[in-house]
Design a protein around this ligand. Structure first.
Ligand code: AMP
Ligand code: ZN
Length: 111
């Protein structure tokens, strides 16, 4: 997707603070962190959101979560962490390439 911000970040056409990369997954620090650790974990394949997941493309989700477990350990989030994904404008999504927010380094008390 030529006009997708996260595809451009994955392709390194736009710089990011990458923390993890493999064949399927790219992870980088959020530009506007909402917690001491705020990392975006994205599949390299352009999938718009959770709403577009199918039997054919959903394997990348487990790849993302395997990466999340590794990154959380590397970041020292042994007290716990939170993973969020927003789907659609009504769900608060602003970048329409599937991504998981990995948030940690503080205690979350709300939902
Ligand atoms: P969402 O609102 O769930 O779609 O999340 C999009 C996230 O992307 C927000 O938390 C933004 O702060 C983050 N973001 C937008 N542009 C960049 C960028 N160039 N580098 C890193 N994070 C970004
Ligand atoms: Zn994309």
């Amino acid at each position: 997707m030529s006009d997708c911000l996260f595809c451009k970040i994955i392709a390194k056409e736009i710089p990011s603070k990458c923390v993890y990369e493999d064949d399927n997954v790219f992870a980088f620090r959020d530009i506007s962190p909402q917690a001491p650790v705020h990392i975006l974990v994205v599949p390299k394949e352009h999938i718009i959101s959770v709403a577009e997941l199918t039997t054919e493309n959903s394997l990348v989700v487990s790849k993302c979560f395997e990466a999340i477990a590794m990154i959380a350990e590397n970041e020292g989030l042994n007290q716990g962490f939170r993973v969020i994904t927003n789907s659609g404008a009504g769900g608060g999504q602003t970048v329409f390439h599937l991504h998981f927010h990995l948030l940690g380094g503080k205690v979350f008390t709300d939902l």
